[in-house]
Write a protein that binds this ligand. Structure first.
Ligand SMILES: Cc1ncc(COP(=O)(O)O)c(C=O)c1O
Length: 348
């Protein structure tokens, strides 16, 4: 049709993990937290809902102050957006003038954003062992972006290796997506003050129990943060709504609850790793709230639908390099015991 944009018509959009319409699934497919928001979060969101006749604060200052204090950076080093998906979209839109390089197996939104914003993209294969080798990025042109720890592999890089890449060329921007860093990765946030070409992206969706609220952030020097704000204020200054802002602040204040949820997730991860290894699964050493696993006899392509039939939802990727694997979010201990029992039946 005349009014359609042919470039948009050719886009291959991101396919989000399934959100079942019924409550009878054990949901281990989108790496959300297994636990509800802290009680103070529900209270704060309810109070904010009572003032919804007003626009939200476009400066987001109270949230930036709280988040800056948690991350131990000044608040002018912090940017917030509607989930890290939006923050990443703004990065692709505003910080990749010279193109972008990212791994072949990583968060599925990167290639979508590259296509959406018409960027020259260099796709760099993971090594045979599914790890990122930053030596492969030495001659990459434009901005480099990767998730650390990476998804869906669950594998992390040490901060020292990333720092080497950052310092190798101060004119080249490195963006590290730390969606899962709190589950055992090494954060690059402490290095942002020293390095103008480093930007860290984070989210409240995985370790803060707020996936449904949509809250993500970026940490970098003010020059980068100002560019992200330029994009945001050219699009939607209110993308972090009043309830999300209140929920984010309250979550950051409920530190003990946050720590408890992390500890329970890590304990359930250790238990599940051991249980699956006993069944013969290869379990990659996870630094995230999910496991990437494969069985020598039964492929992920077979296990995924069989688990779904048993009302257990995990994630399977139809990508030739990883089609034998399953990505399994760490749920509660009880959920992981049900998963292990189902897998045992399926491989017997
Ligand atoms: C590596 C990575 N980055 C970013 C996101 C997006 O998170 P959100 O938009 O919920 O903040 C995800 C979600 O699964 C992810 O796996």
């Amino acid at each position: 049709m005349r009014f359609l944009d042919s470039r948009v018509a050719q886009l291959a959009p991101y396919v989000p993990g399934e959100q079942p319409q019924t409550n009878d699934f054990i949901k281990l497919n989108t790496n959300e937290s297994a636990y509800p928001p802290a009680p103070g979060v529900v209270e704060a969101v309810t109070a904010a809902a009572g003032r919804l006749q007003l626009y939200s604060d476009p400066t987001c200052r109270p949230l930036l102050a709280e988040l800056g204090a948690y991350l131990e950076v000044p608040q002018d080093h912090v940017f917030v957006g509607n989930g890290s998906d939006e923050v990443l979209a703004f990065c692709f839109q505003g910080l990749m003038g010279q193109g972008v390089a990212y791994p072949d197996i990583t968060y599925g939104f990167y290639p979508v954003f590259a296509q959406l914003y018409g960027l020259a993209a260099q796709v760099i294969p993971l090594r045979e062992d599914l790890r990122i080798d930053l030596a492969d990025y030495a001659t990459a042109k434009g901005t480099i972006i990767f998730a650390n720890p990476n998804a869906p592999t669950s594998l992390g890089l040490p901060a020292a290796a990333i720092l080497e890449l950052v310092t190798a060329d101060p004119e080249r921007l490195v963006i590290v997506d730390e969606a899962y860093v709190e589950f055992g990765g090494q954060s690059m946030v402490p290095y942002v003050k020293e390095h103008a070409n480093l930007l860290v992206v984070g989210t409240f969706s995985k370790s803060w129990q707020l996936a449904g609220a949509r809250l993500g952030y970026a940490v970098g020097q003010p020059l980068l943060i100002n560019e992200l704000n330029r994009v945001k204020f050219s699009f939607n200054p209110y993308s972090v709504n009043a309830m999300t802002m209140a929920g984010g602040i309250a979550a950051l204040q409920a530190r003990e609850y946050h720590r408890n949820c992390l500890e329970q997730t890590l304990a359930a991860r250790s238990w599940t790793t051991r249980a699956l290894e006993k069944m013969g699964f290869e379990v990659l050493p996870s630094q995230t709230n999910f496991l990437f696993v494969k069985h020598p006899a039964v492929s992920g392509a077979v296990l995924y639908p069989a688990l779904k039939k048993r009302k257990i939802l995990v994630r399977w990727f139809a990508n030739p390099r990883i089609e034998d694997y399953l990505r399994i979010t760490i749920g509660t201990q009880a959920e992981m015991e049900q998963l292990a029992a189902a897998l045992q039946e399926l491989i017997d």
